[in-house]
Design a protein around this ligand. Structure first.
Ligand code: AHG
Ligand code: MN
Ligand code: MN
Ligand code: MN
Length: 336
């Protein structure tokens, strides 16, 4: 099929207005802003090495991570694009200490959505020309419209998500999202700046053949994870599985959705709660994975049912093909 015969993201959103049923155009406009910011960041990522965007920014974020220039740039682009369009009432980001409350021009803000995001996922891969991404999650505020947002609006269970998605800046740039009615993927034609529907109705197989984990941390993993890794490596049936780990959550998840597999970021002696952030990374990816037919847990419980207590909360993450995640959970509960 030629690109011209494919539907654009804009056309797709108009066709699927029933997926945006709670808002009279507000969610559509919010998506348009995210789509625009993604194109700006994609353009910048593709210039890495030519313009001064590679390397450390020189400051730490609240997570204790060294911010990269592209972390800061992507954060600014997404925040400013959303603020300028007066389309959300609040934003929470991995790169910001606290959430941002957005006042409308006249001091009022009648918008009902908040956005939580990981503006640039896979920071460590920027300098070496390996895929990075953006992850976003959209909720309806729970406090009254027209008042400043509070922490309560951000500390919602993943189950409450209205929409979630990721952008992968890879060999091509793709935007993948769900509004709770399946998962669809769009590829950017950079020459004309248009996303086209390239991966309709994405689904992850129930069984897979890939396991993705930072095995360098093996000695620090809980016994259940160690046993599951040995299970993945044992010769039986379709095992040993293939090991694939990029170190960019978005890229590892994207590959595993397309090919079938499991992603693990467990607790370790170095990271007692795991590394990944519940609100910016795990919940949106969990929503997408579940909508694609897969499963996401912390090793014991469903990710989207966890009641968040902090903005930057970390959780262990087990995510991917349903049967593989269930098998990993089995090993976890044997070693409880
Ligand atoms: P971020 O770049 O947004 O801070 O996220 C990094 C995360 C995630 O992308 C990746 O899966 C994981 O960190 C890799 O961590 P390790 O290097 O510890 O494996
Ligand atoms: Mn980071
Ligand atoms: Mn990340
Ligand atoms: Mn990040």
């Amino acid at each position: 099929m030629s690109a011209q015969s494919k539907q654009t993201l804009g056309e797709f959103i108009i066709d699927r207005q029933e997926d945006f049923k709670y808002s009279s155009g507000e969610l559509t406009r919010l998506f348009n802003s995210i789509r625009l910011a993604a194109k700006i960041v994609s353009h910048k990522v593709n210039q890495a090495g030519l313009v001064d965007i590679i390397g450390a920014f020189g400051q730490e974020n609240i997570q204790g991570e060294q911010q990269q220039k592209l972390d800061v740039y992507a954060n600014e682009v997404f925040i400013q694009t959303l603020i300028n369009r007066e389309i959300v009432c609040g934003i929470g980001s991995e790169e910001n200490d606290d959430f941002i409350s957005i006042e409308g021009k006249d001091g009022n803000n009648e918008n009902k959505y908040i956005v939580l995001m990981d503006p640039l996922d896979g920071s460590s891969n920027i300098d070496v020309n390996v895929s990075v991404g953006t992850i976003f999650s959209i909720y309806r505020r729970v406090t009254p419209i027209g008042t400043p947002v509070t922490k309560e609006d951000f500390l919602q269970k993943g189950e409450n998500q209205v929409a979630a998605g990721y952008v992968i800046y890879g060999s091509s740039t793709m935007l993948v999202y769900t509004t709770g009615n399946g998962v669809n993927g769009f590829t950017l034609n950079p020459a004309i700046g248009t996303f086209y529907l390239s991966h309709p109705e994405m689904s992850i197989s129930e069984d897979g053949g890939i396991y993705s984990v930072n095995e360098g941390n093996y000695v620090h993993f809980p016994q259940g994870v160690k046993d599951y890794i040995k299970y993945c490596q044992a010769e039986e049936g379709n095992r040993p599985y293939t090991s694939r780990y990029i170190g960019s959550l978005v890229s590892d998840i994207h590959r595993n959705i397309l090919k079938g597999g499991i992603y693990l970021y467990p607790t370790s002696a170095k990271a007692p709660n795991g590394k990944l952030r519940l609100l910016y990374e795990c919940n949106p990816i969990a929503f997408i994975i579940e909508q694609a037919g897969g499963k996401a847990s912390d090793g014991f419980n469903r990710i989207m049912e966890i009641e968040p207590t902090e903005l930057h909360q970390r959780v262990p993450f087990f995510c991917g093909s349903k049967n593989m995640v269930e098998k990993a959970e089995e090993f976890m509960s044997l070693n409880k």
